[in-house]
Design a protein around this ligand. Sequence first.
Ligand code: PTJ
Length: 254
Amino acid sequence: MTLIPKSHPRRKSLLIREKLVNGFDNGLVAKEGLLAQGRGEAFDYLLGEKTNKMAKTAIRVAAAQILLADFPVISVNGNVAALCPKEIVKLAKTVNAKIEVNLFYVNEKRKQNVIKILRKSGAKEILGVDKQSKTTLSGIDSARRIVDKNGIFAADVVLIPLEDGDRTLALRKAGKIVITFDLNPLSRTSQTANVTIVDNVIRSMDLLIDASKKLSKRNQMELKKIVEEFDNKKNIAKSIIEIRNNLLRRARFA
Ligand code: PTJ
């Protein structure tokens, strides 16, 4: 592991990067996952590397939406397994959701490594493992359409942090309510999801757990109101404006 001095101005960001590199070395993260991280870093930089008001609003709505679900499922890929496996397990327990390993770049060995880290983090049941319960989402031709018929396929609400646009679209077409974490407010996933948390998953997963705990005391009517009052497109637009404002502020001092 590279030693990052405590005084380094970009220490936090570099430590997140290290998690991904370690995840890659330990067979959790795909090569493409490192590129996805780089893209995320760029947007995080432009967003000011903090959880903004819009992300906090989306987190609250996401918590309400998951608590309203009959059958919520959290989809875990290589990047998420490297970044926040403990938080995934904690969230699943808090909101009574299933966990499904669902890789974009299909690779059996990597899948086993993801399962191992989730088990080590306390997960008892992990879906997407049993070959007998494999089924396919329509609308995608590649192997990426494979899901678990007792998991994502049956879910009404799916949490898909850092997802590919094609599959997000396929999930929406299959009638799922989709929640995502995506630092790029312009991505197809961000634009297609029902609730988009434009923030670094490593910062906001804990906030989603906290919001879920808080809102679990509310009744269904109150939760529905939170969801109904939310406009995802408007909220994403505010994040894009935030990026513009951050750039203008920097340009003034350049
Ligand atoms: O492990 P696999 O095979 O399932 O592959 C996972 C990746 C992430 C490689 C795969 O789903 C993929 O290629 O995703 P994309 O299409 O590159 O999209 C990832 C999105 O997540 C991009 O819009 C990034 O900006 C964003 N992103 C990257 N890191 C983070 C992030 N969003 C939130 N938090 C991050 N840490």
